[in-house]
Design a protein around this ligand. Structure first.
Ligand code: C2E
Ligand code: MG
Ligand code: MG
Ligand code: MG
Length: 292
């Protein structure tokens, strides 16, 4: 009997695995055509300076709308893009699109702040990313400050020589680097002193428990102090409630980003919100004119 159950369990697992593999293959095939079919979009979320309430940066977040399946989240398709190698082409599209938007906003005097894009390890492992970024900026006569690059901490202590070379090259070309999801990777903090980074993004999982959970407050405070002691800016991700903002203000956090200010939104919606003017710091503006 035990043997039978084992057999059934085995069959169950293989069926489950087959289904997962099939879904992955299907998603990959859909993703392969997504760019040519104009199914990809960049949405933008403001980063606000706590002391002034000014928008000091905008993060570009990739959105995929499939005609039959609707919106597919980056959490689902980015890993597939990374494993299939499609991230190279998609990443180039993101760089080009972000630069187009930055050039457009600068040209019309809407926003002069950096547009931050997210980079995966797979993009840096492939050769040529610094050149791709340089060309994208050059073609639109943009300065290096027009873009900011967000990477998770594991990328900063990769053994891969291509990754190390790419990071050094990007920095020497004047691109600002930000550490994304700080505090969630298994990290050897040595890279913080080796590399001239611009900012540290405190992971949302810590901000989530602020100010109710003492541990989250202690960790958040420690990250802010460490960042500032190293001459970097600290930004809190996932700020949703005024209580969180209040504590971050007390802790002297430099910047904030989250639904409290605005969810990621299409460029036009963000622009409409900017045109309304008013204060971003402390004043919940979420939802106003922004979809997401
Ligand atoms: P991330 O870079 O850490 O982005 C932050 C995520 O938190 C985004 O999810 C954003 O929509 C969400 N978020 C922002 N404010 C709040 C808030 O107040 N509360 C909550 N609960 N969430 C908030 P999204 O857009 O689903 O992106 C997920 C991840 O996918 C990103 O995490 C990033 O790692 C990756 N990703 C997105 N776009 C790109 C891209 O163009 N290239 C690459 N390589 N990865 C990307
Ligand atoms: Mg990010
Ligand atoms: Mg993050
Ligand atoms: Mg993330």
């Amino acid at each position: 009997r035990a043997k039978d159950e084992g057999g059934n369990r085995y069959r169950f697992f293989t069926e489950e695995m087959n289904r997962e593999v099939r879904q992955r293959v299907e998603l990959e095939a859909m993703l392969r055509n997504a760019e040519q079919r104009n199914e990809l979009e960049l949405w933008y979320q403001p980063q606000v300076a706590l002391s002034t309430g000014q928008v000091v940066g905008v993060e570009a977040l990739l959105r995929w709308h499939h005609p039959d399946r609707g919106w597919i989240s980056p959490g689902e398709f980015i890993p597939v893009a990374e494993e299939s190698g499609l991230i190279g082409a998609i990443g180039e599209w993101v760089i080009g699109r972000a630069c187009d938007q930055a050039a457009e906003w600068r040209g019309r005097g809407v926003l002069q702040v950096p547009v931050a894009i997210n980079l995966s390890a797979a993009q840096l492992r492939g050769t040529g990313l610094p050149a791709v970024i340089q060309r994208a900026l050059g073609r639109r006569s943009l300065p290096a400050e027009a873009l900011q690059l967000e990477m998770t901490e594991s990328l900063f202590f990769e053994d891969d020589v291509n990754v190390r070379t790419a990071i050094a090259e990007l920095q020497s070309r004047g691109l600002q680097l930000a550490v994304d999801d700080f505090g969630t990777g298994y990290s050897n903090l040595g890279y913080l002193k080796r590399l001239p980074l611009a900012k540290i993004k405190i992971d949302q999982s810590f901000i989530h428990g602020v100010p109710e959970e003492p541990e989250d407050c202690v960790i958040t405070r420690a990250i802010i102090h460490m960042a500032q002691g190293l001459g970097l800016r600290a930004i809190a991700e996932g700020v949703e409630r005024p209580e969180q903002l209040e504590l971050l203000r007390q802790l002297g956090c430099d910047e904030v980003q989250g639904y409290l200010f605005s969810p990621p939104a299409p460029a036009a919606a963000l622009e409409a919100r900017l045109a309304e003017g008013g204060d971003w710091g402390g004043m919940p503006a979420a939802g106003r004119g922004a979809a997401g």
